[in-house]
Design a protein around this ligand. Structure first.
Ligand SMILES: [Zn+2]
Length: 356
């Protein structure tokens, strides 16, 4: 939406993105085409055409050196896997740097980086190497790692009241829960819609879980998704509440998700998002219409909010949530969690009614 495009905090990144977008997409050039161009123009010209943004990035990363290290590690007999992991790790999951390295590699060695890796890696090692390039090797988004577009009556979201940036999200959460936990932002990328979809497809694209084949028919769009420790947020539809929601996920206790499962996790994250946003009168529409009413029901039946918060941020979900349900509700925690994981929301709410 227009108001997002005008967000001042994003301006510094825009010229770099635009420049990167004008460069040819390496994946659109077949190796045959590249060698054809090379025959006429020579490697240097191809390299110049493919990587006009290198100078901008080279202040931080020597992409030519990274490409050389990968090439040396996969060239010839045998593969030095650790050298590849170390080289690709320097990208730090930065999508711009990853795209630029792909162009540099193709321009220099005449095959795509992904092809070079697929030729030399398999199984878990392939997944690890592709993961460093941001690709899942065809796996589905894990449960709870995507945030569907906001479910609400039009308009998509009300007029913005506060800046939509990480510092504001952190401040909102610290204001609401700072007495329970020291909030950290985690790794969050705020992207305009085209870059958001491109980031999604860099990770999931090319198969049945691509944006077109999976997200559009299933969700229409996404407000955000998380992959490999990074939260990606779609500025076109997300609101400040989305940043708050994703940042909450980055502050959960180590035992939380395993005990409660992905659906209770989403429901609680939404309940806490609404609680934090309500404190400052920031709109927080419902994105999980099945999940969050179940958690609200547990609170209505007497699950102490303070215990829920404590379990979420600091740990103890087994005793504070699961054991509480076992002791107080008509069905036990295993049953309620099972209903939620099966998207049986009414059954989950019914199971949470107090024992007679
Ligand atoms: Zn979530």
């Amino acid at each position: 939406m227009r108001e997002h495009a005008a967000e001042p905090v994003l301006r510094p990144a825009e010229p770099e993105r635009r420049e990167a977008e004008q460069t040819p997409d390496a994946s659109a050039l077949s190796p045959a085409l590249v060698s054809h161009i090379r025959a006429g123009a020579g490697n240097a010209a191809v390299a110049r055409m493919l990587q006009p943004a290198t100078a901008m990035l080279s202040r931080e990363l020597d992409l030519a050196a990274i490409a050389a290290r990968v090439h040396e590690a996969v060239d010839g007999l045998g593969t030095d896997e650790d050298a590849v992991y170390a080289a690709l790790g320097e990208l730090n999951h930065d999508p711009d740097a990853t795209a630029q390295l792909s162009r540099t590699y193709l321009a220099t060695y005449g095959e795509t980086l992904e092809t070079a890796i697929r030729d030399d890696f398999s199984g878990d090692e392939l997944a690890r190497a592709l993961g460093l390039l941001g690709s899942t090797n065809g796996a589905a988004p894990a449960a709870g790692t995507v945030s569907p577009a906001t479910v609400t009556e039009a308009p998509v979201h009300p007029p913005r009241q506060l800046p939509m940036d990480l510092a504001t999200g952190e401040a909102v959460l610290s204001g609401a829960f700072g007495d329970v936990v020291s909030i950290t932002a985690g790794s969050i990328q705020l992207l305009q819609a085209p870059e958001f979809q491109a980031a999604y497809d860099r990770i999931y694209g090319g198969g049945q879980y691509s944006w077109a084949a999976y997200v559009v028919p299933r969700y229409g769009s996404l407000n955000g998704f998380a992959h490999d420790g990074v939260n990606y947020i779609n500025l076109a539809s997300a609101g400040l509440h989305t940043i708050v929601h994703e940042m909450l996920h980055n502050n959960t206790a180590a035992d939380w998700r395993g005990v409660v499962g992905s659906r209770w996790d989403e429901g609680t994250t939404e309940v806490l998002t609404k609680e934090a946003c309500a404190k400052i009168a920031e709109p927080a529409p419902t994105c999980y219409p099945g999940e969050s009413p179940v958690v609200d029901e547990a609170i209505a039946q007497g699950l102490p909010r303070a215990d829920l918060r404590e379990a979420y941020f600091n740990g103890g979900a087994q005793s504070k949530v699961a054991d509480w349900v076992d002791a107080n509700c008509t069905e036990n925690w295993a049953a309620v969690k099972g209903y939620m994981e099966a998207n049986q929301w009414a059954a989950a709410r019914a199971g949470l009614q107090r024992k007679p």
